[in-house]
Ligand binder design. Structure first.
Ligand SMILES: C[S@@+](CC[C@H](N)C(=O)[O-])C[C@H]1O[C@@H](n2cnc3c(N)ncnc32)[C@H](O)[C@@H]1O
Length: 199
């Protein structure tokens, strides 16, 4: 083993170690806004159930779910779409530092993305920020109840149009975006993490 590899800290041992990939202001948002490591691993295990799966995180933030999934499931590809330019840049930097070739990030609004090429989706209640007026990530995007409704309806329709067998993981979701054709197949004990398969 090369000395540099040996000395490189393992950012995947716990959440605090992972958060060190980012500046302090991003670390401070972690508990509220970024997926815990153990949840990311469980979600990725379900979505990357076979090699070659293409998975999209809808609202990928600073890339935590994608980077963790990509690290533990190297035979699948993890993509993240994120509306905030600054968070997208942090995801790209963390991808570079961790040398995660099977994680990819796109900057934009998911409403503009064709999701039909993906086999599975991860959704950490990304639109909820439109319903509350505290603990915001920043004040750089427009937020409103009507946007929550618009985004939820748009994702519902996109998920509805996906092929049978498409997998979905929701975390802390109000489930407004989950069409009835998605069958619940597993949950965490606290019911916050849910695994679904489209009939
Ligand atoms: C709760 S964070 C989750 C981040 C990441 N998925 C994770 O688990 O670590 C939700 C993210 O969704 C993003 N988001 C919200 N609405 C979006 C939209 N319409 N298009 C793209 N990203 C969006 C927010 O900017 C935020 O970074």
């Amino acid at each position: 083993m090369q000395t540099s590899t040996f000395l490189k800290p393992n950012c995947y041992v716990n959440d605090a170690a992972f958060d060190w990939l980012y500046p302090e202001k991003i670390q401070q948002l972690s508990r509220r806004h970024w997926t815990p490591l153990s949840i990311a691993k469980s979600a990725a295990r379900f979505l990357a159930h076979q090699p070659g799966k293409k998975i999209l995180d809808i609202g990928s933030g600073v890339g935590k779910f994608c980077l963790v999934g990509a690290r533990f499931y190297p035979e699948s590809s993890f993509y993240g779409i994120e509306q905030r330019e600054e968070l997208y840049q942090y995801a790209m930097e963390a991808r570079e530092v961790t040398q995660t070739g099977n994680a990819h990030f796109i900057q934009g609004n998911f409403t503009q993305t064709d999701i039909s090429a993906y086999d599975g989706f991860y959704f950490y209640n990304s639109f909820f920020e439109n319903l509350v007026d505290q603990d915001q990530i920043d004040n750089k995007v427009e937020l409103s109840t009507s946007l929550y409704n618009y985004y939820s309806r748009c994702l519902f329709k996109k998920l509805n149009d996906c092929a049978s067998g498409t997998r979905l993981v929701t975390f802390h979701s109000l489930e407004d975006e989950v069409p009835p054709c998605y069958q619940l197949v597993d949950t965490s004990a606290d019911l916050m993490l849910k695994m679904w398969i489209r009939r």
